[in-house]
Design a protein around this ligand. Structure first.
Ligand code: ASP
Length: 341
């Protein structure tokens, strides 16, 4: 059987940087020399091709046009490769992995995001392990068929579903977690895949959707939020959606002014999605009186979705032509494993 072919795409971030030990400055690594720098890659049982963004970016500069670029590269190379590894800065990796999971419909091959906390040239780097194992995961196959058929994120010995992740540390190598969904695989002495956690293909043909609408905002609730602030946000010209980070299982103030502003916004056609600001657990509107009113005025339940997946799903759905009444049921449905219904 031929070796799996893996396409490695560098978009930017620390993982692709090396330090000039005289000046201490970080510069982007020449990916054409990848195999020379990391000879261990030759031991992998796959063929690796590399591509890089012409101007690699710090992932703080990530935005939808770059998602479209990544998805386009995957689409153009889809038939020629068995798996894709995207090297990306860790800061917004969860947003990009979520966005790509919605854009790449009918995926039957792995798309593995990875990065690192320390540059690849650093003595104590976490980049090598992350890179090598991400490539190994992308080449896993059974009887010639890829084992992983979804967008995922590999970091510090764990493979997660990408749209379930969130970055939790700017310091530790263990920088990501998936609070509401178990890891897809764990790397120890053996690479163990949790088969029951994997997304199964729906049978639809592979296609890429590229339209996003960025007229959205994330509002995090805090005790003391004022009517002036909230009404200014909902009055933003062209605003189409709000991800509202509420307390606990989806709770928010019951005061008339608060509910009134949200109700007016919904009547104007702004979609409001309720997500919890807790790091784990789910929204359950109606469990407490403090969320019953939200449910009554038509706020959408984000269930156990992360904020990163909620905002990208909102931008993605708003980018599609659909009747406004289709938005709520679609948001509340799992499109690619991003929430538990
Ligand atoms: N600021 C960097 C980025 O997200 C950090 C990293 O590479 O992990 O691009």
């Amino acid at each position: 059987m031929p070796k799996p072919r893996i396409l490695l795409l560098y978009t930017g971030g620390t993982i692709g940087m090396v330090k000039n030990f005289e000046t201490g400055a970080l510069r982007v690594f020449n990916f054409k020399k990848l195999l020379q720098r990391i000879p261990e890659l030759r031991q992998l049982d796959c063929d690796i091709d590399t591509l890089s963004f012409e101007s690699p970016i710090d992932s703080s500069d990530m935005e939808p046009t770059k998602w479209v670029k990544m998805a386009g590269i995957i689409q153009d190379n889809y038939n020629d490769f068995d798996g894709f590894v995207i090297l990306h800065g860790s800061d917004t990796m969860s947003y990009s992995a979520s966005a790509l999971s919605f854009m790449l419909q009918g995926l039957t091959k792995p798309v593995v995001f990875t990065g690192s906390q320390l540059p690849i040239g650093d003595l104590r780097t976490d980049a090598k392990e992350n890179l090598i194992t991400a490539i190994q995961i992308a080449s896993l196959n059974e009887g010639g068929q890829p084992v992983i058929k979804e967008v995922c994120l590999y970091f510090e010995y764990k493979l997660y579903r990408g749209n379930r992740t969130t970055k939790i540390s700017a310091e530790h190598f263990n920088a990501f977690t998936s609070p509401n969904y178990n890891a897809l695989a764990e790397s120890g002495v053996h690479l163990r895949v949790n088969n029951e956690q994997l997304l199964q293909p729906t049978g639809v043909d592979f296609s890429v959707t590229t339209a996003f609408n960025s007229n959205v905002v994330i509002v995090k609730m805090f005790p003391g939020i004022t009517a002036a602030v909230l009404s200014a946000i909902t009055a933003i010209e062209g605003l189409k959606g709000i991800v509202l980070e509420t307390y606990g299982s989806g709770n928010a103030p019951t005061e008339d002014w608060f509910i009134g502003i949200l109700q007016k916004a919904i009547e104007k056609g702004i979609h409001i999605v309720n997500v919890t600001q807790c790091s784990g657990g789910r929204v359950n509107m109606g469990q407490y009186e403090t969320s019953t009113l939200l449910k009554e005025i038509g706020v959408i339940s984000g269930a156990d979705i992360t904020t990163e997946a909620a905002i990208t799903k909102m931008m993605y759905l708003l980018g599609q032509e659909m009747l406004p009444e289709r938005f709520k049921p679609l948001f509340e449905t799992s499109l690619c494993g991003e929430l538990t219904q």
